[in-house]
Write a protein that binds this ligand. Structure first.
Ligand code: AMP
Length: 186
């Protein structure tokens, strides 16, 4: 992204604070660890500002965060935008009535849930996670929010792994995306 006056490229600064852990949690996976971004208070501030800057003058009605690193980002961004936060959780964690969505993983499947009163019909939602790989997690979150009649105005994440084509699939499904750092390789 170029600095065109109303946008700013946070990527090069943030990239330096993402740790790559090879062969974790399985051989061949390059794990992009975002915890160093959170650990340094000056970097954490820039990270949150990157999202606040984008959404402060077209604020969502609510921010939804994907389990679990999407909670860390999404709740702070929601607080800064002065809107509410709702968690999309792995199955079996939410106590009230829920809607659920199951999606395929490389091996097996996963199910995520959302409280039925988390959003209202017509709400414009910002959906957040730390990273987009195959896009399956974010797609499941989008479907859950749409089941309740909400619209996802944009999906946002720190990292995109474009070679896995998840971000392309999400965009093709009609979801605009905002990501800060691209990494090649998985
Ligand atoms: P996906 O559903 O394939 O887009 O995977 C995205 C989710 O899995 C996010 O919640 C990430 O935290 C996690 N994830 C997948 N691949 C990686 C990776 N290489 N490094 C760090 N997290 C990952």
């Amino acid at each position: 992204m170029q600095d065109t006056g109303d946008t700013f490229d946070y990527g090069p600064y943030l990239r330096r604070h993402i740790r790559t852990v090879p062969d974790w949690p399985a051989p061949g996976i390059q794990f992009r660890d975002i915890t160093p971004l959170l650990q340094d208070p000056k970097v954490f501030r820039v990270l949150i500002d990157a999202f606040v800057h984008r959404y402060m003058d077209r604020r969502p009605d609510v921010v939804a965060g994907l389990d679990a690193r999407g909670f860390i980002l999404g709740s702070v961004v929601a607080y800064e935008l002065n809107v509410g936060f709702v968690p999309i959780r792995k199955k079996g964690k939410l106590p009230f009535t829920t809607v659920e969505e199951t999606y395929e993983l490389e091996y097996g499947s996963a199910t995520v849930e959302l409280h039925t009163d988390a959003v209202k019909s017509g709400d414009r939602v910002l959906l957040m996670d730390d990273l987009i790989a195959t896009g399956g997690t974010m797609m499941a979150g989008k479907k859950l929010l749409e089941k309740l009649g909400a619209t996802v105005m944009e999906g946002a994440a720190i990292v995109d792994l474009p070679e896995l084509e998840g971000s392309a699939r999400l965009r093709a499904a009609g979801l605009p995306l905002y990501t800060l750092v691209d990494f090649a390789g998985h």
